[in-house]
Design a protein around this ligand. Structure first.
Ligand SMILES: Cc1ncc(C[n+]2csc(CCOP(=O)(O)OP(=O)(O)O)c2C)c(N)n1
Ligand SMILES: [Mg+2]
Length: 822
């Protein structure tokens, strides 16, 4: 069935805007309508308060147990963040036990990991044994991790800011798969929720994502900021959030500020209450934090000194004990379950506008170091814990009991937990969905080049993708599932022909104005919900976050996508943390880094990528390659689409070039290309010399080889397509050998076996030579690694290759050195 005709859960409405009239495809939200905003019943409130108390206890105990109860073998601090957990208890109680639906997807702020696991424990989705393994090997990770902590985690977090932004891209991807009819229409669409530490909003990637989300009209996203006005080092500047609120509104977000809880609001409503409100409103964050830490007597002194003479104020304060006064003064919106639930429900009933909730909280609320500016990594002492334990009514030996210390019948608590909406199963397979693999055609078309014409790997990539984009024959299915994206370098990375065939994705149908006006352009850029290219602004972190969301689609939304993202290879560095983050959660995508190295020549300078081959070796869950010829590109793209879908596969990175090369007429062994290298000309047994090349410097290596062979006929010529795969295979073989498992030698050991033990290997790539320098360790051969270790000079190819020592002369010199008697 052609994509355009796929059933779409939604309807079209026409909207008018400054740019004219356009159609809006409105997804039907099959989520059961939010209940009308109603006040919570007394019984429900009691249950929720009991669960709040339990989460506060369990999260603090998990961390205490890891630090003080479990044996410590190395004397190192285990750590954990009791104060960060305490700050967000009420927010997470309200969400998980009342507001969230099974189809919602959540990013939990990293330092609230223990609260998250405690919630799952209460819901019967986490074991008691596992709770005791926080930060232990194979135990619960320091921060929620999709890969290590199991299917309850929707988005990993840890590098602050990234998980937050990922929710926005997740929502976009959910819309994409629904509009393309790749998921059953009856499956409800979820809301994407991030529970955000306020310091996370210092990260620039948040604002990049907000801008991009606005462009794509992202809906159904909630960011709930745990506004404790504390980061790691300090108390946050007072006036900052006024600015931040404005930024959200400018990006089309609704902002809901939850500053005061019920008790304070009731106090404000009394005579003199206005003075109290103004005083708190004007109170600097640091003073408020200090008074919170000091407690009731300090609050009384401060309030009496400043407001004692104001009408009505003493009548509010005087009847209260120190503890009651402290409870009143710290009754902020983010700690008041009723305020929270009411606000969430009201917003849910409101519609799908992205919303930022700013929930005022106190870091460490309910713990001895509440409000103290140094509490970020603070842990309760054993004595403090003993007091806290008494206060919580926990008997020795019952620390992990789910209902210990709660003054409600166990059956009532159990019944409530079983009935919360989030406890329903999303699908028979659980929270992590699945989608079958998309069949990949047995061979990909290799672009045909007339004799004498040259072709670059970048052009070959564009041609192959465009050919797949025809969706003919065997390619029909894969073409439906490929989705491309690029941060404003779509045309210059040769994605143009694919985009012309498959269109640009947008929830709103927008015509191509140039095309309608019959103005000549090679690009046909009409936008529609059927399009298969997601065009991004330049910010590279957004590219990697979108690739991450697309690359998790099978697991999050039950629809298999084959994402392909193109970026100038040097600017991988600009988004590197987000790329690593995507790999960390095992997202599956194909990254095309092009152009790369100094071979982009006059266009180079600041655009040269030097370190990327080394990054490709070092990054886990990312198989990286650098082909030289079009037939290799075809092999690697085909293999990549398959590898991306395998349970034990990974993402794939192809480093490509704009340098055109004459294409060899030959038949290739695809397995060798994938394994990382092959002999173009095998060496004679016992040869003293070989030349190895990677990528676009092939012609220089070929020329040097022809000359060397005249004098040293035994020499071999090795094509390296992936130092990463060679290196990984070598390490794996060594690991197996150490474990006494023996087995076949690695591919690189086999490749190098015909050379003499002390043979010289001259290697060359347009990238950092460290990518090859390790080859000498494989069989003790000597390596002369040629490559680029300086940066930033543009020029033409002959000048650059000469300057950096990649030209035929340099290769010949290195060969000569290798042949000199030692
Ligand atoms: C990218 C990144 N930089 C630095 C850190 C170290 N770090 C961990 S938490 C934190 C401050 C967190 O403050 P906030 O987000 O307000 O959380 P909370 O107050 O709730 O603990 C910092 C700087 C990190 N985890 N990630
Ligand atoms: Mg904070």
């Amino acid at each position: 069935m052609p994509l355009a005709a796929a059933p779409v859960a939604g309807h079209i409405r026409t909207e008018r805007a400054a740019g004219g009239e356009f159609e809006v495809n409105v997804l039907t939200d099959t989520t059961p309508a939010a209940p009308p905003v109603e006040t919570l019943g007394a019984e429900q409130l009691r249950l929720l308060h009991a669960l709040e108390r339990k989460l506060l206890w369990l999260s603090a105990w998990m961390i205490h147990h890891a630090n003080h109860v479990r044996p410590n073998r190395d004397g190192l601090k285990v750590g954990g963040h009791q104060a960060s957990c305490a700050s967000v208890i009420s927010i997470m109680t309200a969400l998980y036990f009342e507001i969230l639906r099974p189809e919602d997807r959540v990013a939990v702020k990293p330092h609230a990991g223990p609260v998250f696991h405690a919630i799952n424990y209460l819901l019967g989705r986490q074991s008691r044994e596992k709770l005791a393994t926080l930060r232990q090997f194979s135990g619960i990770q320091s921060y929620p991790s999709r890969v290590k902590d199991g299917p309850e985690v929707d988005f990993s977090t840890g590098s602050v800011g990234l998980g937050v932004a990922l929710t926005s891209f997740g929502s976009l991807v959910q819309d994409y798969v629904r509009l393309h009819g790749l998921v059953p229409a009856e499956r409800p669409a979820g809301r994407h929720v991030a529970i955000v530490g306020d310091a996370e909003l210092d990260e620039g990637n948040i604002y990049e994502a907000l801008l991009e989300g606005w462009k794509h009209d992202v809906r159904n996203v909630w960011w709930i900021v745990d506004y404790n006005r504390q980061s790691l080092d300090s108390v946050v500047s007072d006036r900052l959030f006024g600015r931040i609120e404005g930024l959200f509104r400018d990006m089309g977000w609704n902002v809901v500020t939850l500053k005061y809880g019920r008790k304070l609001q009731a106090a404000f409503a009394r005579e003199g209450g206005e003075h109290l409100r103004r005083w708190i409103d004007d109170c600097p964050n640091s003073l408020y934090s200090a008074l919170t830490f000091q407690g009731g007597a300090a609050w009384r002194n401060a309030l009496l000194a400043e407001l004692g003479r104001e009408e009505g104020v003493r009548a509010i304060i005087d009847p209260l004990s120190d503890d009651e006064l402290s409870a009143l003064m710290t009754n902020l919106g983010g700690h008041d379950i009723e305020t929270l639930i009411e606000a969430f429900r009201a917003q849910a009933a409101e519609g799908d506008q992205p919303t930022c909730f700013i929930a005022y909280t106190i870091k460490g609320m309910g713990l001895p170091f509440a409000g103290h500016k140094d509490n970020h990594a603070g842990l309760m002492t054993k004595e403090q814990m003993a007091g806290f334990k008494r206060e919580m009514g926990i008997r020795d030996g019952h620390e992990w009991d789910p209902f210990e210390g709660l003054d409600l019948p166990e059956a009532a608590l159990q019944g409530f937990l079983a009935s919360v909406p989030f406890a329903r199963r999303l699908a028979p397979e659980g929270r992590a969905l699945a989608a079958p693999a998309v069949p990949v055609p047995t061979a990909f078309p290799v672009p045909k080049v007339p004799a004498g014409r040259k072709l670059s790997t970048q052009a070959a990539f564009g041609d192959i993708l465009a050919e797949l984009g025809r969706g003919q024959g065997e390619a029909a299915e894969i073409a439906r599932h490929i989705v491309t994206t690029s941060p404003d370098v779509t045309v210059s990375t040769n994605l143009g022909p694919w985009v012309n065939r498959r269109g640009i994705f947008d929830r709103h149908r927008k015509n191509d104005v140039f095309r309608d006006a019959k103005l000549a352009s090679a690009q046909r850029w009409g936008m529609s919900p059927d399009g298969q290219h997601i065009e991004l602004g330049i910010a590279e972190q957004n590219l990697f976050l979108l690739l991450t969301a697309l690359g998790l689609s099978h697991s999050l939304y039950g629809a298999r996508l084959l994402p392909v993202g193109t970026v100038y290879d040097p600017f991988v560095n600009r988004g590197l943390d987000a790329l690593i983050y995507g790999c960390y959660q095992d997202a599956r995508f194909m990254l095309i880094g092009t152009p790369s190295g100094v071979s982009l020549a006059p266009e180079g300078g600041q655009h040269q990528s030097v370190n990327t081959p080394v990054l490709g070796i070092a990054q886990d869950r990312l198989a990286s390659f650098e082909p030289a010829f079009a037939d290799e590109v075809a092999v690697l793209m085909r293999w990549g689409f398959e590898h991306m879908q395998k349970p034990d596969g990974s993402s794939v990175w192809l480093r490509l070039s704009t340098r055109g090369l004459e294409q060899p007429a030959r038949s290739l062994d695809p397995a060798a290309v994938v394994a990382g290298g092959y002999w173009v000309v095998p060496p004679a047994p016992g040869a003293r010399l070989a030349i190895a090349y990677q990528g676009p410097v092939a012609p220089e290596a070929f020329a040097a080889f022809e000359e060397v062979r005249e004098e040293v006929p035994e020499t071999g010529l090795l094509a390296i397509t992936s130092p990463d795969r060679l290196h990984a295979g070598w390490l794996e073989a060594r690991r197996r050998a150490r474990a006494g498992q023996g087995g076949a030698p690695s591919w690189i050991e086999r490749l190098l076996a015909p050379l003499a033990p002390g043979a010289g290997l001259v290697t060359v790539l347009d990238g950092h030579p460290a990518a090859h320098a390790w080859l000498g360790a494989v069989r003790g051969q000597r390596v002369a690694p040629l490559g680029v270790d300086r940066f930033g000079q543009s020029g033409d190819l002959p000048d650059l290759y000469r300057a950096y020592g990649l030209d035929t002369e340099a290769i010949l010199d290195a060969c000569a050195q290798m042949l000199l008697p030692a």
